[in-house]
Design a protein around this ligand. Structure first.
Ligand code: PMP
Length: 429
């Protein structure tokens, strides 16, 4: 028995499903989840000491690789001063200044402890600001697990087949309108009918929780336009895309500026951090300036802030995203070429340090319906073949992959060669 198997058996006694977040349980791929002991650069090491090239990166935060010395040293230094005060600290202002400098839509920002908190608070703020209840989201997008947003959601909710979770009151869910991602006409007709009742649109500007789907030309622009016309707030959920698809996030890459932006993952460097922010006129509606309540005992935690700032400083260095994008496209073009050569139907996509891999015979996957047609059985086999090869992919066909600065060209060449060996086996299935 491996140590991971041992630990998993022990974990299941006192932790529901043995995990503290569902997708970790390998429900989407079968088998025993790996328990990790350490991470270093592009690699993670399991409890049996086996090394893997990591394309999960703690689900996004590890854009400079695991245990980057700048991050670890910043945390070590802060530890001497204490862990938390529940009072303002200078580093919170430094963080706010940095985020507002980097993200085009941000005049003001509030720190929270997770992506879920960020989106939940941005929704409440939008409702409070507009005095309206209805919100618009897109099928297959995941915005955390707050009640209003757990309607037709992606990620683990999709993997486990429970897009509408029990425990979400129907009275609340009825205010969530779910439209099709990338369907411009549907957005227009929804707003023509209900525009004056809609508080906000929340969208992943690149969808990363139903694998990885790019916005079609005109989609984000249409969202901006209907919000301008109706007075609804446009929220870009950049928890995943923020600082990853470009330094200023998807809003910089696609040149569409939302009213509010939610952030997470990279901003905390692996510590529990989220943030939401945007136009001053809207942000002034939250407590203590305004009437919309929002708070947090540990929000802006100084240890988390110094870690996040170390990463933001690192990724602000000239050429960081150009190099990250080069490596990511090297990876996906290599995998695509290997699949094509061996006659395995695969579609790939990449943007910045984020990529998608679909077992599909469609050349372009751009809707949730397209994603649902993908072959999850093929993915399961591929996932386990890659694991044997020492490559750790997200354990679900519905998640995006992540690269980091620490992935070397050799790591990428190795991954492509491993994928090729996996495709050889799949071609025989
Ligand atoms: N929004 C998006 C786009 C996400 O990808 C996630 C998490 N994967 C969340 C929100 C929720 O963040 P958290 O898990 O930190 O609550």
């Amino acid at each position: 028995m491996s140590r991971s198997e041992d630990l998993y058996t022990r974990a299941q006694k006192h932790i529901p499903g043995g995990v503290n977040s569902p997708v970790r349980a390998f429900n989407g791929v079968g088998g025993t989840p790996l328990f990790f002991q350490k991470g270093e650069g592009a690699y993670v090491y399991d409890e049996d000491g086996k090394r893997y090239i990591d394309y999960v990166g703690s689900w996004g935060p590890m854009i400079v690789g695991h245990s980057h010395p700048d991050v670890i040293n910043a945390v070590r230094k802060q530890l001497d001063f204490g862990l938390s005060f529940g009072a303002p600290t200078e580093v919170e202002t430094t963080m706010a200044e940095k985020v507002c400098e980097l993200v085009p839509s941000m005049d003001m920002v509030r720190m929270v402890n997770s992506g879920t908190e960020a989106t939940m608070s941005a929704i409440r703020l939008s409702r409070g600001y507009t005095g309206r209840d209805k919100i618009v989201k897109f099928e297959g997008c995941y915005h955390g697990h707050s009640d209003s947003l757990l309607v037709k959601a992606g990620s683990g909710a999709l993997t486990l087949g429970v897009p509408n979770s029990p425990g979400v009151p129907a009275d609340l869910a009825q205010h969530t309108i779910t439209l099709q991602y990338n369907d411009i006409e549907e957005v227009k007709s929804c707003f023509a009918e209900l525009g004056d009742q809609i508080a906000c649109i929340i969208v992943e500007p690149v969808a990363g929780n139903m694998n990885c789907i790019l916005p079609v030309p005109g989609f984000l622009e249409t969202l901006r336009q209907v919000c301008d016309e109706s007075g609804a707030v446009l929220i870009f959920d950049e928890v995943m895309t923020g600082f990853r698809v470009a330094l200023g996030g998807a809003q910089e890459k696609f040149k569409v500026t939302p009213d509010l932006t939610t952030l997470g993952k990279v901003i905390g460097a692996g510590m529990p951090v989220g943030a939401f922010g945007g136009k001053k006129a809207i942000m002034e509606y939250i407590s203590p300036l305004g009437p919309v309540y929002q708070a947090g005992t540990l929000s802006g935690n100084p240890v988390a802030m110094v870690a996040g700032l170390a990463v933001l400083n690192k990724i602000s260095e000239e050429g960081f995203h150009r190099e990250l994008e080069r490596k990511t496209s090297l990876l996906v073009s290599g995998i695509q070429a290997a699949a094509d050569e061996l006659g395995v139907s695969v579609a790939t996509v990449s943007v910045g340090g984020m990529f998608g891999l679909f077992f599909s015979n469609q050349k372009q996957v751009s809707t949730f319906a397209d994603v649902q047609k993908c072959d999850t059985e093929m993915f399961k086999l591929f996932f386990h073949y890659m694991l044997e090869e020492g490559v750790y992919l997200a354990p679900s066909a519905f998640e995006a992959g992540f690269t980091s600065q620490a992935h070397s060209d050799e790591d990428i060449e190795f991954t492509i060669a491993a994928a090729k060996r996996a495709f050889v086996k799949l071609a025989k299935v």
